[in-house]
Design a protein around this ligand. Structure first.
Ligand code: COA
Length: 257
């Protein structure tokens, strides 16, 4: 498995913990980091010593989503690009996935949670899906999974307006399982992961497969459709303006687009 200081991977007591560790850039995710995340999930899938995977960030930031500068300079150019490889590995991962979320969880920082089985949040968590504000469209199957989870109107509020929502709202919407003080979120995720790891793996795998089997082909199809739109929109004027504005620390101007 490829090692990286920005994606820490540690396995103990049958639990693989993957830590986003690029705090100075708010744990935004580069193509290289997506590659390491995919490698870690592939390794966990094939390793009998791993029964559960936990994602965590920093107590003040889960992830600011895709690295915008990286997207500007090296936009993913086909469906095998690292970001899309990660989405496929995540959405088809057969073993239980647990997440501990504190601070902002932006874009894929929120949509990846739709593929986790248990999500614990610090009371400082702030979820947001600013794809429209960036001239983009949803990814990770979120255009399907969010409306399924919370109904069209509430998903439209999250996806069309793109405004951040709190841990309390996320709990009410069914996106997370529990809210705790930020300093306790990682420990709670570890505790729940260890409980899962002590159970018969065959039962965990079969139960997760059965829970997801109706939706799995639809999710795979939607992720592919979103990848096609997202890849195209990344190169269009609205996204270029939004990304350039972010780099230049100004508000985007979509008036002429
Ligand atoms: N891509 C690239 N760099 C990012 C980033 C991202 N998604 N998010 C934050 N950073 C960088 C900033 O450019 C800044 O770098 P600098 O110190 O070199 O100027 C550093 O991380 C700190 O970010 P800052 O915005 O000052 O932190 P904050 O605490 O005020 O705000 C966020 C945190 C996450 C709310 C804010 O950074 C943000 O909204 N980021 C963009 C999120 C986004 O749109 N993601 C794309 C989703 S598809």
């Amino acid at each position: 498995m490829s090692a990286s200081p920005e994606i820490l991977v540690h396995t103990e007591d049958s639990v693989m913990t993957i830590t986003f560790n690029r705090v100075d850039k708010k744990n935004s995710l580069t193509a290289a980091m997506y590659g390491h995340l995919s490698d870690a999930l592939d390794s966990a899938a094939g390793d009998a010593a791993v029964r559960v995977v936990v994602f965590q960030g920093h107590v003040l930031i889960f992830s600011a989503g895709n690295d915008i500068k990286d997207f500007l300079s090296v936009p993913p150019n086909d469906s095998d690009a690292p970001v899309f490889r990660f989405l496929r590995a995540l959405s088809t991962f057969a073993k239980p996935l647990v997440a501990a979320v504190c601070g902002p969880a932006v874009g894929i920082g929120t949509t990846m949670l739709l593929h986790c089985d248990l999500v614990y949040a610090g009371d400082n968590a702030a979820f947001s899906l600013p794809f429209v504000n960036l001239g983009l469209c949803p990814e990770a199957g979120s255009s399907l999974l969010l409306p399924q989870l919370m109904g069209h109107q509430r998903a439209a509020e999250a996806l069309l307006l793109g405004e951040p929502f709190t841990a309390e709202t996320a709990l009410e919407l069914g996106l997370i399982n529990r809210i705790v003080p930020p300093a306790e979120a990682n420990a709670l995720a570890q505790m729940q992961a260890k409980k899962l790891a002590a159970k018969p793996l065959s039962s965990l795998l079969e139960t997760k497969r059965l829970m997801k089997m109706s939706n799995a082909p639809v999710v795979a199809g939607r992720i592919a459709e979103e990848i096609s739109s997202f890849g195209r929109m990344l190169r269009e004027p609205a996204a270029r303006e939004a990304f350039t504005a972010f780099v230049e620390k100004r508000r985007p101007d979509f008036a002429k687009l």
